[in-house]
Design a protein. Structure first.
Length: 143
């Protein structure tokens, strides 16, 4: 009988002590909710346009066709039909609509980039990059 009372006392002590630990941990926990675009390493000046895109635009026509740029427009929400329509009404070609991430791939006039970066819901403009296969390297490697 004494063993049951001691075991019950230990169980009660453990239950009570763990509940107090959880309470104190909750009171002292500070939750920082930075959005990814607030700490994005490719946008050091936090202007909503990636530094790589700004650099590429400054190179003239080296990376893009004259007068345009291929960019990802990233949103703080999943892009809606309204977002696509708004871009198309501004003369922007939407080339890809991502299914699981909050971005649209576009071909955009360089003249409108700063304006788009300030639209509500737009959090980042980023360079798409360019994939170019070099078949002289690829074909021998594939066999």
């Amino acid at each position: 009988m004494q063993h049951k009372a001691i075991a019950a006392g230990i169980v009660m002590f453990l239950l009570l002590s763990t509940s107090f630990v959880n309470l104190s941990a909750e009171e002292n926990t500070i939750i920082y909710e930075n959005n990814w675009w607030d700490v994005y390493s490719r946008d050091k000046n936090h202007d909503g346009i990636s530094d790589l895109l700004i650099w590429k635009l400054a190179q003239g026509d080296r990376f893009f066709n004259p007068g345009e740029a291929r960019i990802f427009i990233r949103y703080d929400h999943h892009p809606t039909d309204y977002d696509v329509e708004r871009l198309e009404n501004a003369g922007i070609e939407v080339t890809y609509r991502a299914q699981y991430i909050d971005l649209l791939s576009t071909t955009i006039s360089r003249d409108i980039i700063l304006e788009i970066a300030n639209w509500e819901g737009v959090v980042m403009l980023d360079d798409i990059g360019k994939a170019e296969p070099h078949m002289a390297d690829a074909v021998p490697a594939m066999g």
